[in-house]
Design a protein around this ligand. Structure first.
Ligand SMILES: Cc1cn([C@H]2C[C@H](O)[C@@H](COP(=O)(O)OP(=O)(O)O[C@H]3O[C@H](C)C(=O)[C@H](O)[C@H]3O)O2)c(=O)[nH]c1=O
Length: 188
């Protein structure tokens, strides 16, 4: 399954706008067959807050559908599937409250984001419940992944947990290649 950038339609009128931010039938037509079971929301107050790169190991692996409710974020997915020809490669998209863009991240990918301004709120659906015992991650600054975070010289605001995450090489993520290399497909 590819990483998908989805831009739901907004119906504008003098009151403002309306948008369907998730529609099971339409998203299944995009190839998103996941049954989402949890909604998350986070507020990041400092600009250059960096959350990630996280994943849950199987059998608690999570596909995610991410969107930005306030501000702007740079959202990243990293291929962590053993045997993948794109192992350790990444794709990214800027998600904004004003544009309503979404990123779909299948299982087999680590996820993280960098906030591009203060007070960013992010909401995302997950296809498996939180399972702390399966919570895992890789270092945001892994030189073998070499994510081009748009920090513009700022120091990222990281949790202690994220600061201590290991590099991808040398860990067992529990995911195997499914025959679909990493691509980013844009849908609207
Ligand atoms: C993820 C999660 C966390 N928590 C609790 C555990 C901690 O006490 C607190 C903060 O957790 P954490 O520091 O892991 O939050 P983030 O750094 O925002 O992590 C998330 O950010 C990246 C971008 C992700 O993709 C993951 O969904 C998720 O790992 O919330 C829960 O109770 N349920 C949950 O599903």
């Amino acid at each position: 399954m590819a990483v998908l950038k989805i831009v739901p339609r907004r119906f504008e009128d003098p009151r403002g706008w309306f948008s369907e931010t998730y529609n099971q039938a339409r998203y299944e037509s995009f190839g998103i067959a996941d049954a989402f079971v949890q909604d998350n929301q986070s507020l990041s107050r400092p600009a250059a807050t960096l959350r990630g790169l996280h994943f849950q190991r199987p059998p608690h692996a999570q596909a995610k559908l991410v969107r930005c409710l306030r501000g702007r974020i740079w959202d990243v997915a990293v291929d962590i599937r053993a045997g993948s020809p794109t192992l350790g490669q990444w794709v990214a998209a800027t998600l904004t409250a004003d544009g309503g863009e979404q990123l779909y991240i299948p299982t087999g990918f680590a996820h993280g984001f960098l906030t591009l301004e203060p007070d960013c709120e992010v909401a995302y659906k997950t296809s498996a419940l939180y399972a702390p015992e399966s919570d895992a991650g890789i270092a945001w600054d892994d030189p073998a992944v070499a994510i081009a975070w748009p920090l513009d010289g700022a120091a990222p605001q990281l949790s202690d947990k994220d600061r201590a995450l290991p590099r991808l090489n040398g860990i067992e993520t529990g995911f195997a290649y499914d025959g679909v290399p990493l691509t980013l497909t844009e849908l609207s």
